[in-house]
Ligand binder design. Structure first.
Ligand SMILES: Cc1ncc(COP(=O)(O)O)c(C=O)c1O
Length: 355
């Protein structure tokens, strides 16, 4: 089958580019002693996670229990849940994963989380494992001080929870457009994480896992003393937003295929919209950069740019998502292609698994 035979809008996954991105990431960390546990919030698809594991990833990171459950069903892991598990329903889902023999470590940031995990362990007879999330400057979740982190580590152990280390994500780097200032911000964030590592080591609680980083900070974090593993996710598909922060390194591996349904004097309209493509990170562009998705209504995309002059109704265009993760979250399947040839269809099993 050929991609011309596909109905639109649909998501195409270029297998050669995905494999090249996976290889590039592994080459980037080779010889550093730092491991990769790629974030599943990007591909949300077991077949992609399998490629990452086969290439040498030591496990998979997730943000949501629903993602962990998809991986567990596919027999993939070990899993690091880089997020707190809050509420009895979720704690019990975590315990069910443990009861199935799934190796899953979740994050804690407060005494409250530890008490909830300990209660869940009592209810289920399971022994949960945890890393302490520290605030690396993102001002999202995380323990604010090294002293608090040491206190939480002791509390994990006292409560019979397997204390495995710490994590801290320097995601605020994506708010800094200047590359020099961004590099400094990344180094400062990792230095904050290191103050927690040192305090834990002084207290005799040296962390086994020190997990940090997104795609754009990998080159620095992989060479930062103390970091043991990385949580990068976006690199595997590499949307146009990520290209701004780590240029000329990864390839844009997913595209949205859309059909032109109307052509006017200065613009054209395609059959994608806010229900199949997102634009919160800026306007998506066609692969050749000549057509801009200037506006999205629910089921219509207004196309502008020099490339629209030659468009006819029925033409098909490939658009690079500006934010791949939120775009693919609305789809159910990747059409796996090599050039124009359709090789396979891979279900996006963790799409919309936001619980
Ligand atoms: C906790 C955490 N770790 C890692 C990542 C991966 O970062 P990136 O998408 O830059 O690869 C994210 C991204 O949202 C995250 O929230």
């Amino acid at each position: 089958m050929h991609i011309d035979d596909l109905d639109t809008p649909c998501l195409l996954l270029d297998l050669d580019k995905v494999q090249a991105n996976i290889a590039t990431m592994m080459a980037m960390i080779a010889g550093t002693g730092v491991s990769l546990r790629p974030h599943f919030k990007t591909p949300k698809c077991p077949q992609v996670a399998r490629l990452q594991l086969d290439a040498g990833a030591i496990g998979i990171t997730v943000a949501k229990l629903g993602e962990a459950e998809v991986l567990a069903d596919a027999g993939l892991g070990p899993i690091l849940m880089a997020n707190q598990v809050v509420g009895a329903q979720k704690v019990d889902r975590l315990m069910s994963l443990l009861a199935r023999g799934v190796d899953v470590t979740s994050a804690v940031e407060t005494e409250f989380n530890i008490r909830q995990l300990a209660d869940g362990a009592r209810r289920s007879g399971q022994k949960p494992a945890a890393v302490i999330e520290v605030d690396a400057g993102l001002r999202r979740c995380g323990s604010a001080t090294p002293g608090e982190t040491v206190r939480l580590a002791r509390m994990l152990i006292e409560n019979g929870i397997d204390y495995r280390g710490i994590m801290g994500y320097e995601g605020h780097m994506y708010g800094q457009p200047d590359p020099v200032a961004r590099e400094q911000l990344i180094r400062d964030s990792l230095a904050i994480v290191n103050t927690h590592v040192e305090a834990l080591a002084e207290a005799g609680l040296a962390p086994g896992i020190v997990s940090t980083s997104g795609t754009a900070s990998v080159p620095i974090a992989a060479r930062t003393l103390g970091v043991t593993e990385l949580q990068a996710g976006t690199y595997v598909f590499h949307d146009s937003h990520n290209e701004e922060f780590i240029p000329n390194t990864f390839q844009q591996a997913i595209t949205l295929l859309t059909t032109v349904i109307s052509v006017k004097e200065r613009y054209a309209v395609a059959d994608t919209g806010a229900k199949s493509l997102t634009n919160e990170f800026g306007p998506p562009m066609s692969v050749d950069g000549r057509i801009k998705v200037a506006r999205l209504s629910e089921e219509h995309a207004t196309l502008t740019g020099e490339g629209v002059a030659s468009l006819k109704p029925g033409d098909r265009i490939e658009v690079i998502p500006s934010h791949g993760d939120t775009t693919l979250n609305m789809h159910d399947v990747y059409y796996v292609r090599r050039g124009g040839e359709l090789l396979d269809t891979w279900p996006i099993l963790a799409a919309r698994k936001f619980r």
